[in-house]
Write a protein that binds this ligand. Structure first.
Ligand code: GA4
Length: 324
């Protein structure tokens, strides 16, 4: 016997499953975390589980601190190329000044300055050095505060179980200043030029601040790329590969990229928080359910970094360490 059930009016339309949890605070597709909210710890965990990315508001960091470094960075990037090369001169790759070339294989519509957080180049002007060192110490503290909120939201004890990785004297902290010059020909030819190709960050956490020029995009769970509207008053926080491992895949290391803007310069500064080189990166036992196995084989941050730095931006670096 064939039973014919009549579809209701709405069921006759194609349905798109919502990828977003019903609760949560969003601006478009981007999760929002208000650092002053009593719900901040829960918001951070929800955002890191859903996307591995969020916009941080009410962070209490003065605009003056960000603006000072932005102005110094703009001054640096406006120098003639030989001066930029010379200023950043003695640093071993990947550190120092770079233009167009990213890592060993990639290119992008970008120039940048990459440095270790604890060794600011003495040949930079004193105003540049002071802006860098004030910014780095403030953002390092902010990263630790966020890692402590994550621990709280995950119900982990002690509260510094994640932040101590960055507080260690030997932690591997970096700062990157990126300048994406405008790319007028992209508009004329109706194409998008890549500033920084799609990738995930290898570290634990990355904190980005940019001027008000668009370009950053993140990949949602369903693979769609969505633009992240810029906001010079906020920070954008990325979960890195190492935090994905520490949470055994519960937090997601977000894929992101930057497209060149056809009219305006984009200036961003990103703080990368990594553990000490000898640190073993493995799922936190307190987070593992009974019988749950690590998704990754054992490695130290040094091993991961060495492998990661040989890959192309787009490569699935964590895939090389997955067990199955
Ligand atoms: C992405 C995050 C940081 O910018 C960085 C990048 C590094 C580089 O620019 O040399 C890498 C990239 C980043 C991941 C894979 C490798 C290494 C370029 C590249 C192709 C400084 C980092 O730590 O990893």
């Amino acid at each position: 016997m064939v039973v014919i059930t009549k579809l209701s009016a709405v069921e006759q339309f194609p349905i798109t499953k919502l990828h977003r949890p019903v609760s949560g605070n969003f601006a478009g597709d981007v999760p929002l975390v208000d650092l002053t909210s009593p719900a901040a710890a829960a918001q951070v965990v929800a955002a890191c589980e859903e996307l591995g990315f969020f916009k941080l508001t009410n962070h209490g960091i003065s605009f003056e601190l960000m603006d000072r470094l932005e102005c110094e960075a703009a001054k640096f990037f406006s120098l003639p190329i030989w001066k930029k090369d010379a200023a950043a001169g003695s640093a071993a790759p990947p550190f120092g000044y770079g233009s167009r070339k990213i890592g060993s294989w990639d290119v992008g519509w970008i120039e940048y300055l990459l440095m270790q957080a604890n060794s600011i180049n003495p040949s930079f002007s004193s105003s540049f050095r002071s802006a860098l060192s004030d910014y780095i110490s403030t953002i390092k503290n902010l990263s630790c505060e966020l890692l402590e909120l994550m621990a709280e939201g995950l119900g982990l004890q002690p509260r510094n179980i994640l932040s101590k990785l960055l507080m260690d004297e030997e932690s591997d902290l970096m700062l990157r200043l990126n300048h994406y010059p405008p790319c007028p020909s992209s508009q004329q030819r109706n194409i998008s030029v890549t500033g920084f190709g799609e990738h995930t960050d290898p570290q634990v956490i990355s904190i980005l601040r940019s001027n008000n020029t668009s370009g950053l995009q993140i990949s949602l769970r369903d693979g769609r790329w969505v633009p992240v509207p810029p906001d010079q008053n906020s920070f954008f926080v990325n979960v890195g590969d190492s935090l994905q491992v520490l949470t055994n895949g519960r937090f997601r290391s977000v894929k992101h990229r930057v497209l060149a803007n056809s009219v305006q310069s984009r200036l961003s500064m990103i703080f990368f928080g990594g553990p000490p080189l000898k640190e073993r990166v493995a799922p936190l036992p307190l987070l593992m359910e009974e019988g749950e196995e690590s998704l990754y084989r054992e490695f130290t941050w040094c091993e991961y970094k060495t492998t990661a730095y040989k890959t192309k931006l787009v490569d699935n670096r964590l895939g090389l360490f997955e067990k199955h």
